[in-house]
Design a binder for this molecule. Structure first.
Ligand SMILES: Nc1ncnc2c1ncn2[C@@H]1O[C@H](COP(=O)(O)OP(=O)(O)O)[C@@H](O)[C@H]1O
Ligand SMILES: [Mg+2]
Length: 320
């Protein structure tokens, strides 16, 4: 039996390190490092949540190609149930993201492929209902599914699941209002600082938290190495992640979401969910890509235990 059902996109990330900030046409630019690793917000979330000890099932659509197979195998290797990952019958290819990390920020270039094609009819709703919790990432990348995401969340709530959502960026920079209706069926909403302001249509984070906090039950705003903020009703917590040596911050937000939901489902207080999420996410930036840090479970567990004890937070919600 799965605990969390993730609906989302599944692809690999190709990360090229050390490229110049200004890329010139017709010049050959040399990268100093390369990683080819499991990518996509939903898949990084699912992978890392499963490694933390939550039983995860994944619903997605990939192309009939080696990249899709590799991505699915990466998920399956850590125990994610990929029985509901469909392979597109036509010529559509699995998506791919090329990431070019810079000192503070990163270029993100995505070929969406099958992630634009997954439809509501691709989702096995009976399977979703077997879970305790539904998570969806990359709201704006699910072009075919998007008009029915409201329906998906409403049905999950009717079936008694808790829900969470991470929109990530809107590549079209439109931030349409259809999301606001969905947020009424979201228990934990995970924007980063910029996304929170864009969605709430304000430059002021406090105001964004007020607006979003009036829609979703809990709003958690991620702010890189700054303090993450958790808002629930009139209560609010703000907590900085541990300081770490950064390799890249690919997937940090998704790993944060995974840490939060893992502890949330184990009944931790919201403040402890925030602490646990920060520790998991900080550790993820110490290795390449979004999932490399989570491929060695014992190292991860010892880091998390050490940080948790430093913060004197009682029982670590790591073991299930
Ligand atoms: N440089 C960093 N040092 C420590 N923790 C970090 C760092 N960057 C990110 N994190 C952790 O990852 C979380 C998500 O990062 P952020 O970049 O804000 O999200 P997103 O990937 O969604 O843009 C942060 O809230 C924090 O817990
Ligand atoms: Mg994000």
């Amino acid at each position: 039996m799965i605990e969390v059902c993730v609906v989302g996109e599944l692809n690999l990330d190709l990360i090229l390190y050390g490229l110049p900030k200004d890329l010139l046409l017709d010049r050959e630019h040399l990268a100093s490092g390369l990683a080819f690793t499991l990518g996509s917000s939903s898949a990084i979330f699912a992978h890392n949540l499963c490694v933390l000890g939550t039983r995860v099932g994944f619903i997605s659509k990939i192309g009939n190609d080696p990249l899709g197979k590799m991505a699915a195998e990466r998920l399956s290797a850590v125990g994610v149930d990929i029985s509901r990952v469909k392979t597109a019958s036509g010529k559509s290819a699995t998506g791919l993201t090329v990431v070019l990390p810079q000192t503070q920020h990163r270029y993100i270039l995505t070929y969406p492929g099958t992630m634009f094609e997954m439809q509501y009819s691709d989702i096995d709703m009976d399977y979703v209902r077997t879970a305790r919790h539904l998570h969806l990432s990359s709201f704006y990348l699910h072009r075919a599914l998007r008009p029915r995401i409201l329906n998906l969340f409403r049905q999950a709530k009717e079936a008694g699941l808790t829900t969470s959502l991470d929109t990530n960026d809107d590549p079209e920079n439109l931030w349409d209002r259809d999301l606001l209706e969905v947020l009424k069926y979201v228990d934990v909403f995970f924007p980063n600082d910029r996304e929170a302001k864009k969605i709430a249509r304000t430059e002021d984070l406090a105001q964004a938290l007020n607006i979003l906090g009036g829609l979703a039950k809990v709003v958690v705003v991620k702010r890189g190495s700054g303090s993450a903020i958790c808002r629930s009703g009139s209560e609010q917590w703000s907590l900085a992640p541990p300081a770490v040596k950064v390799v890249d911050d690919v997937g940090a937000g998704d790993t944060f979401d995974a840490g939060f939901i893992h502890s949330f489902l184990r009944g931790a207080t919201l403040e402890n969910c925030l602490a646990f999420a920060n520790i998991a996410a900080a550790y993820s930036v110490t290795k390449q890509g979004g999932t490399e840090a989570f491929r060695e479970r014992s190292q991860l567990a010892s880091y998390m235990r050490q940080q948790w004890n430093l913060a004197a937070r009682g029982t670590l919600p790591l073991e299930s």
